[in-house]
Structure formats: structure tokens, C-alpha cells
Design a protein around this ligand. Structure first.
Ligand code: FES
Length: 406
């Protein structure tokens, strides 16, 4: 097992069970953070090539941290709060280290296995094949039990819903409440301060024709599990994410996204090891490396990242070897605009992703829905450092339109 890439400042009070091993954890952490702090970096295998994979984005976007948690399969470890005595089981791997015997399946298919067209006829054989494929992929084992409570719904019709409690979302919701409007802010990443009206919930559907937002509670044991919201105003403040940098070995366990790591550090006050390397263009790579007290490398100078079940070193194009136990990828961020697009917002390509096009300096966005749609912060292409100010400007424009007190 590799050493931890998140270093603790004290002794955590709880433990969770990970594949029979006792892992320390503390209130407010998520499962991925606890595993990375304990040196459990490779938590799964890539479905196709059986390479080791571990948590990368640390923010619910990449799916490389899937695990079985308390009997529930395919849970994102980076979005799941820890609790004392939690049972976490790795999935989609036969063996923890070295080559995976299930990769032998590819040896039987000279041109690679085409699982889309394999044994589609006769139908009976196809049913068997689908079952085999699901289990080979590691995703087919059903939950230990079915929760008899069913879904418990909570219906709300506030003045404003803000999606995202990052810098822009927090600034917007604070300003909106200060001016007397009822605002519900949703956030899928657990942890962080929140108002009584805020929910830790991930949005899974926006239906602009009906003015409806549907979200599911992050915490599986939450009393209210499904939220249906019909606001007069919708503010999308979903921020941005780090796209992958195309370097050989970028999926090695111990390679993480800068954005997810910085957020984890700010929530939990972890420390980092001494041999951290940040790979990214000068902006934002050099700035992030300075903040993490790490070495900065430009992508064009890197040949590959090396290591099997954990990062070992970075090889430069001139042959130099740089030892590293943690490699941080810091690309130019791409706006996380999928939910805004679901709400009907127009977007444009900005070179790193699709940003929301606003029609108004106050942040209003053309929308087909019965609500007024707004976008705040990085999702609209605003730089990170100006996101909080932008959230406030959007809130002021919204309240002005609503005629709320200043
Ligand atoms: S989804 Fe959890 S690390 Fe990416």
C-alpha cells in the first residue's frame, strides 16, 4: 500500500472498514478523502483495460472512486460523508495489485472486444451475455437490501433556488436573503457551512417547461430524500471543473485534479507531502503550485507519469526523473454548464469548455421556463478570483427585478 497523499494534523476519532482494513476518519470528511489519507489510492480498475484507478476529480465528476458503501453499490466515495463503523468495499477489481487476470478476456478478441455487438443473437444468449458483461465490469452486484422507506418527497416553492454553494453561489444566496427573499441553495458536495434553508442535494433534473427542479439528498440516511422545487428565479452557480490533461499515465492512482484537491484542503485542513508536482499551463498551474508549495511543470515538458498502483515519478521529455507521490493536474478549468443547458441556457465554446452566454451584465440568461434564469461565476466564464463579486452582482440584479429591499 502507498503512503497517504493527504496528511492529517491529528488523530481522527472514527474508523471505517475498507476491505477488512480499519481506516481512520473524522466527521466532515468524505470516504475518498479518508482513503487517500490512509494510502488507499488505487480503489478500482478501468472497465476496459483493467488499469488501476483511484479518486481523481474529488468532486463527483469522473466516476473513478465508485465503491460499495454500507451494502450500496456504485457509490461515489468523494460525495459520501464518512461515519463511524462505515463498511466500504472496493468494487470492479479481482486483485488489488499487479496485472488483473480478467484482462485475459481481451486476448480472445484479436481486434479488441466489441461489447456492443457481441452475442446480440439469439436473444437468450444475449441475456446471458449482458449479465456476464455487467459482472465483468464490476457494476452488476445488487444492493444488500432494498430500503423499505421508499422515496420521501419535499416540495418547495421559494422565491429563488441557487444551484451551487461555491464562491458565487454563496455570495448570491447571502445577498438575496439579506434583501428579504426566500432562497434555497443546493450543493452536492457534503461539508461546509450552510443556512437552515440549504440542502445537501444533487440536482438530477431541470424541466424548464414546467419550471421544475428535482434533486436527491446526498446523505442516504437523510429524512427528506427527493426535493422538487418551483422557484420564480433560478441562479445556476455550478462553477467549473478541471478537464483531463493528455499525458501518458494521467490515470495513475495518486494523480488528482487541482480543483478537487484545493477544495478538500480548504474543508479539512489536510497537509500535503513534500514531493508534490503540479502539471499545468503557467496559468493556473504556476499559481496553484505556489499555493501548494509544490513544484510546477508545464505539460509540454512532461513525457509521462509513471507508477503502477500508485504514482512513483514524473519523466520529463529530456529524460529527467522527478520523484513524486502526488501529481496534481491543473488545466485551464472548463465551465460546468450541463445543468444550465438543461435549463435552456445558450452556451459558447471558450477553449476549455462551454460557458453560459448571459444577455445582461447583471447575469440574466434567456430561458424558455416560467422562471427568470441567471448564471453566476465560473459557469459564465468569470475567473475564480471574481466569482464571489459576480455572485453578489447577480443577486443585486435579481432583487432589483423582484423589487426587493436593498
Ligand atoms: S467522482 Fe469521485 S473522484 Fe471523481
Amino acid at each position: 500500500m502507498a503512503s497517504g497523499i493527504l496528511l492529517r494534523r491529528g488523530d481522527p476519532p472514527w474508523t471505517l472498514d475498507y476491505d477488512g482494513r480499519s481506516i481512520p476518519c473524522a466527521p466532515g470528511e468524505n470516504v475518498a478523502e479518508a482513503l487517500l489519507a490512509a494510502g488507499e489510492l488505487g480503489t478500482t480498475r478501468s472497465l476496459k483495460f483493467r488499469r488501476h484507478r483511484g479518486p481523481y476529480c474529488l468532486s463527483g465528476d469522473c466516476g473513478t472512486c465508485l465503491a460499495r458503501v454500507d451494502g450500496e453499490p456504485n457509490v461515489r466515495a468523494c460525495l459520501t460523508p464518512v461515519h463511524d463503523g462505515q463498511k466500504v468495499v472496493s468494487q470492479n477489481r479481482l486483485v488489488g495489485r499487479g496485472p488483473d487476470p480478467s484482462a485475459l478476456a481481451d486476448k480472445f478478441f484479436a481486434k479488441g472486444m466489441d461489447h456492443h455487438h457481441l452475442m446480440v443473437r439469439p436473444r437468450a444468449l444475449n441475456e446471458i451475455m449482458k449479465e456476464v458483461a455487467r459482472n465483468l465490469a464490476g457494476l452488476g452486484t445488487l444492493p444488500d437490501r432494498v430500503d423499505g422507506r421508499g422515496a420521501t418527497f419535499r416540495h418547495e416553492a421559494p422565491d429563488v433556488v441557487v444551484i451551487g454553494r461555491g464562491q458565487a453561489g454563496r455570495a448570491a444566496s447571502q445577498e438575496i436573503r439579506r434583501r428579504g427573499l426566500r432562497c434555497i441553495a443546493l450543493e452536492r458536495m457534503p461539508g461546509g457551512a450552510k443556512h437552515d434553508d440549504d440542502f445537501d442535494a444533487g440536482v438530477f433534473g431541470i424541466y424548464p417547461d414546467e419550471g421544475l427542479i428535482c434533486a436527491a439528498a446526498v446523505e442516504p440516511r437523510a429524512t427528506d430524500r427527493i426535493f422538487t422545487l418551483r422557484p420564480r428565479h433560478l441562479v445556476v452557480a455550478t462553477g467549473a471543473r478541471d478537464p483531463m490533461i493528455l499525458i501518458d499515465g494521467n490515470d495513475t492512482p495518486g494523480v488528482v485534479s487541482a480543483r478537487g484537491l484545493v477544495a478538500a484542503m480548504s474543508r479539512q485542513h489536510f497537509r500535503l507531502p513534500d514531493d508534490v508536482v503540479v502539471i499545468g499551463p503557467d496559468d493556473p498551474g504556476a499559481r496553484i503550485a505556489r499555493g501548494l508549495n509544490a513544484r510546477h511543470l508545464r505539460p509540454q515538458d512532461v513525457e509521462r507519469i509513471e507508477g503502477s498502483d500508485a504514482v512513483d515519478h514524473v519523466r520529463l521529455t529530456d529524460g529527467t526523473r522527478i520523484d513524486a507521490s502526488l501529481v496534481v493536474l491543473a488545466p485551464r478549468p472548463g465551465p460546468a454548464s450541463e445543468l444550465a443547458r438543461q435549463a435552456g441556457a445558450p452556451v459558447r465554446w471558450n477553449g476549455a469548455g462551454f460557458e453560459v452566454q448571459r444577455e445582461h451584465p447583471g447575469g440574466r440568461v434567456p430561458s424558455p421556463g416560467p422562471w427568470t434564469l441567471w448564471a453566476a461565476g465560473e459557469v459564465a466564464g468569470v475567473p475564480t478570483g471574481r466569482s464571489a463579486h459576480d455572485g453578489q452582482v447577480v443577486a443585486q440584479a435579481l432583487c432589483h427585478r423582484e423589487g426587493a429591499e436593498s
